[in-house]
Design a protein around this ligand. Sequence first.
Ligand code: ZN
Length: 303
Amino acid sequence: MTVPRAARHDAVTRGLLSRTVATVASLALAGCGAGTGSAAEAGDDVRVVAAFYPFAYVAERVAGDDAAVENLTAPGAEPHDLELSPQQVAAISEATVVVYERGFQPAVDEAVAQNAPGAVVEVTAVVQPLAGDPHIWQDPTRLAAVADAVAEALAGADGEHATAYRERAGQLGSELRDLDEDFRQGLADCDRRSFVTSHAAFGYLAERYDLEMVSISGLSPESEPSPARLAEVQQIAAEEGVTTIFYETLVSPDVAEALAGDLGLQTAVLDPVEGLTDATADEDYFSLMRANLAALRHANGCT
Ligand SMILES: [Zn+2]
């Protein structure tokens, strides 16, 4: 009687398919409408809270359908000065895994310290950090190490899906190593190695691909550069034959545009990939990083 049983299973599957698809679609829409990050419907008991976009992206890729992911930093918000709502603090205290970077968002550091969540992936403990620069995700190979750490934390908390978490982290790691190779080859042979950017978000990228980052405003995206710093950047730009002043998506381009205007240079976007905006809602970590690579190759005359 095994054949009838299989046939019955098939028939039930086919009969339910259209209704199931409709239900999943409406759940997905409800999730988007809530506006506080995405949630996998199948894994609501295993929950990852990620501090901001690059870590949320990694968490979603590793979690698949086996865990829900919440991003604490809303799209369009600058993660550097994130403040947490009481609901977000509660989400941290109830999370299966929290992924964050110590020293980048003081409100998150404090909430993690006070609310002792289940498991913590603290990124500077996973990868070798560069002194004073929090933007570790600008090095794809370091982000691959974060993916492995997230997979291990999830595997420890949810052993039933351990293999799936590790496989997805492995797949993401291989895509990140491909991206790294594209950057390495794409930036190997260039007329210039210096690039000018508004905030100093690209130290990891510069270190990994042997570029020289000249930042107008330093590490804080909102800070106003001094006249002395502007004069210094102007001089470096002239000496190095820089063609382009880069600015970024979450911060006003005013300073970059004024400087470029004074020097007769172009401006272009170099996205620090700290978060998505309305304009980049359809992008993801990989498409934004590849757009950055194209912009750098164009600005620096790479062949
Ligand atoms: Zn930044």
